[in-house]
Design a protein around this ligand. Structure first.
Ligand code: NAD
Length: 278
C-alpha cells in the first residue's frame, strides 16, 4: 500500500486525507470494523456523539497497540448540546467515552440555524475554549453553508480549520468549496460514495473498467484528486481494504472533469438551512 497523504490544516496540524467513517456502524460491530481498518492501514477515524459508538472506537484503538498519537480521531457535538454548558459537558463525555485526554478534531455537527435563536456563534466560542486548552487539537464545523461560516469569521477569533459537508459526484458543492478554498478551510466530504448511490453510474463504471479499478475506488480517487478529505464507511473487511487501495493510481484531469460533470445538486442528507436536528 502506498502511504496516505496528509493535508496540512490552516493551524499547521496534519490530517490523513483518507480515514474511516463509522456512521450507522452498530456499537457491537464497531470494534471489529475499526480494528480491520487499523490493520489495513487507516490512521484516521471519524465518529460523533450521535453515532453512539465512541466507546467502541476508543476500545479498538486501545486494543490495536498503536500509540494514541498515531491515529487521528474526530468527534462531533450532538445537536441537543449547543448551549455552552451542555457543549462543555458533551465534550467531556466524548473524551471519557473514547478514553482519551484530547481529540484531534472536534466539530459542531450541524449549524441548526432554526434552533437556539440561530446562535451557533456561542457554540463555536465554546469549541474555541477546547482548542485553547489543548483538548481539541483542531476545531471545525460540519454542514455549515457560506453564510454560517461568514458569521464565524466576523464574530469570533479562531476560524474553523475544517467544514465537513456532503460531497459526491451528484453533489459537487462547487460554490461552498470555492468559499472554503478562499478562507483556508479544508473540506471533508461526507458520504463520499453517496452511500453507494453513485457506484452504478455508467460514466464511473466506464472509467473504472478502463483504469482497472472498482467504481468505489474511482469515486474515492476523484475526491483525492480534488483535494478533499474522505472517510468512506463499510463493515465488510474486503471493502474496507478495497477503499484504501487508491494511492497506486491517478485519474487524468479529463476523468476528474467527467465525474464532476455528473453533478445534479442532489443531496442524500438533510438541507443544512432547514434541518433542526430533531
Ligand atoms: P459512504 O458514502 O461512505 O457510503 C457507505 C456505503 O457505501 C456502505 O454502507 C456500503 O453500502 C457502500 N460501500 C462502501 N464501500 C464500498 C465498496 N468498496 N464497494 C461498494 N459499496 C461500498 O456513506 P456514509 O457512511 O454515509 O459516509 C461516510 C462517513 O461520513 C460516515 O461514516 C460518517 O463518518 C461521515 N458522515 C458525516 C455526516 C455529517 O453530517 N457530518 C453525515 C453522514 C456521514
Amino acid at each position: 500500500m502506498t502511504a496516505i497523504p496528509d493535508i496540512m490544516l490552516s493551524n499547521g496540524q496534519n490530517i490523513p486525507q483518507l480515514g474511516f467513517g463509522v456512521f450507522l456502524v452498530k456499537p457491537e460491530d464497531t470494534v471489529a470494523a475499526v480494528s480491520t481498518a487499523l490493520e489495513a492501514g487507516y490512521r484516521h477515524i471519524d465518529t460523533a456523539e450521535m453515532y453512539g459508538n465512541e466507546a467502541e472506537v476508543g476500545e479498538a484503538i486501545s486494543r490495536s497497540g498503536l500509540n494514541r498519537s498515531d491515529v487521528f480521531v474526530t468527534s462531533k457535538l450532538a445537536n441537543d448540546a449547543h448551549e455552552p454548558d451542555d457543549a462543555r459537558r458533551a465534550f467531556d463525555e466524548s473524551l471519557k467515552a473514547l478514553g482519551f485526554d484530547y481529540l484531534d478534531l472536534f466539530l459542531i455537527h450541524w449549524p441548526l440555524p432554526t434552533r437556539y435563536d440561530g446562535d451557533y456563534v456561542s457554540t463555536w466560542n465554546t469549541l474555541e475554549e477546547f482548542y485553547r486548552d489543548g483538548r481539541a487539537r483542531s476545531i471545525g464545523v460540519s454542514n455549515f453553508q457560506p453564510r454560517h461560516l461568514r458569521r464565524l469569521h466576523t464574530e469570533s477569533d479562531i476560524p474553523p480549520a475544517i467544514d465537513q459537508i456532503e460531497v459526491n459526484p451528484y453533489l459537487t458543492q462547487d460554490e461552498l468549496r470555492g468559499f472554503c478554498a478562499e478562507h483556508q478551510t479544508a473540506i471533508e466530504a461526507w458520504s463520499p460514495l453517496g452511500r453507494g448511490n453513485v457506484l452504478g453510474d455508467p460514466t464511473i463504471e466506464a472509467i473504472a473498467r478502463r483504469v482497472g479499478k472498482t467504481p468505489a475506488q474511482v469515486v474515492l480517487r476523484w475526491h483525492i484528486e480534488r483535494g478533499d478529505i474522505i472517510f468512506p464507511k463499510s463493515v465488510t473487511p474486503e471493502r474496507i481494504r478495497e477503499n484504501i487501495e487508491i494511492f497506486d493510481f491517478e485519474l487524468p484531469a479529463a476523468d476528474v472533469g467527467a465525474i464532476s460533470a455528473l453533478n445534479r445538486n442532489e443531496r442524500t442528507g438533510p438541507d443544512p438551512d432547514k434541518f433542526d436536528g430533531r
